[in-house]
Ligand binder design. Structure first.
Ligand SMILES: C[S@@+](CC[C@H](N)C(=O)[O-])C[C@H]1O[C@@H](n2cnc3c(N)ncnc32)[C@H](O)[C@@H]1O
Ligand code: SF4
Ligand code: SF4
Length: 334
């Protein structure tokens, strides 16, 4: 039923990226991993994949490459899908990258996805709270050598976006196993990034008009650019009209992310949504061991989630007059 499924590995990352709020879940992820309870979430993902057989599965985190069971998890998912995207930050020691490179994996189905941020040491150190750029770069270069498709997703909001891609090409020397994709900055929980999104809205709208020309200008000549949610959301961003959103019309995506678990009451709950851009505080709740998996499909058809679309995060990119009036609490400078 769903074309795409996105799941969140319950395993901590070792980073504190300034643009992201997921690392606040790290302590809880650690506890659940140590107690073995994280596996209940991962098993549920396996069951959902078997039930809905999505064309593509997106494995996020936490940090999937640090999760010791990642190879078996990917082999299991591969039985139910054509393509598996892994999101990785490359922010870990070199051994982790070498370990991944040596794993027995369904390589022809895997794409390693990564979002570069500026790709130069000074901004990188600032935005990652000092993760060594050299180690990061070394891991990216090692990844290029692994016979798996790599996708590097550049954020089109950045003023220095063209230079960013040029630097990336110079430092990494990507080969035919690498492709470039484009994405927009996304509001994270608690209003992180709203102000930056609004401040970059004119630039984003300009670039969305012809994303291929933007890439050509940046000198990228390898594989063709894959379609992304930036393409899909263009009609909404240009009009401010959420009824033009394809995610509302078709069961395009099911996203499962950790909500809570391992506390004293023993409740284990995932949040689920049907697109990448619902308001950060919104999500239906799925109780592990209590709710049936059918609920995830039925609720898309039933449709109450559509009532929340006026809080769509992509509306921050519309003309100022159409934007939500909520005042943001935090900002990230890009
Ligand atoms: C939350 S991370 C988890 C997986 C892994 N730790 C990583 O960094 O790729 C998943 C993806 O979300 C992206 N991300 C985090 N905060 C974002 C934001 N505010 N806007 C756009 N993408 C964001 C990351 O860059 C990454 O590509
Ligand atoms: S982007 Fe990834 S690595 Fe960075 S803090 Fe978020 S989850 Fe961790
Ligand atoms: S919040 Fe609504 S309008 Fe925005 S992407 Fe999601 S389904 Fe589409």
């Amino acid at each position: 039923m769903f074309k795409y499924l996105r799941v969140q590995i319950v395993h901590p990352c070792q980073a504190k990226c300034a643009w992201c709020s997921t690392h606040f879940k790290n302590p809880r992820f650690s506890t659940l991993h140590k107690s073995g309870e994280a596996e209940e979430y991962h098993d549920l993902y396996r069951e959902v994949a078997a039930k809905y057989k999505p064309e593509e599965i997106f494995v996020s985190g936490g940090e999937p490459l640090l999760y010791p069971g990642i190879d078996q998890f990917l082999r299991d998912l591969a039985e139910h899908t054509e393509k598996i995207h892994i999101f990785t930050s490359y922010q870990f020691n070199e051994k982790t990258m070498e370990r991944f490179a040596a794993m027995d994996l369904p390589r022809e189905k895997i794409v390693l996805n990564h979002t570069p941020i500026y790709f130069e040491p000074e901004n990188w150190h600032k935005l990652t709270h000092g993760f060594p750029f050299e180690t990061y770069l070394h891991n990216v270069r090692l990844a290029v050598k692994v016979p798996i498709l790599k996708r590097f997703k550049f954020i089109i909001n950045h003023s220095g976006f063209v230079e960013e891609i040029a630097r990336f090409q110079k430092l990494v020397d990507p080969d035919e196993t690498c492709e470039i994709s484009l994405k927009m900055m996304n509001d994270q929980g608690d209003g992180i990034g709203v102000e930056t999104m609004q401040n970059t809205a004119v630039r984003v709208r300009e670039r969305l008009g012809d994303l291929d020309a933007v890439l050509e200008k940046a000198g990228w000549s390898n594989r063709p650019r894959p379609q992304t949610s930036a393409d899909l959301m263009r009609p909404v961003i240009e009009s401010g009209d959420v009824t033009k959103c394809i995610y509302r019309d078709e069961p395009l995506e099911l996203r499962l992310s950790f909500y809570r678990g391992g506390e004293e009451d023993g409740k284990k709950i995932l949040k689920y949504r049907y697109c990448p851009y619902f308001p950060a505080d919104f999500g239906h709740k799925f109780h592990l061991g209590k709710d049936s998996i059918e609920k995830l499909g039925k609720n898309f058809v039933k449709g109450p989630f559509r009532d929340h679309c006026q809080g769509c995060r992509m509306l921050h990119y519309c003309d100022a007059a159409d934007r939500p009036k909520k005042i943001e609490k935090k900002k990230v400078s890009l």
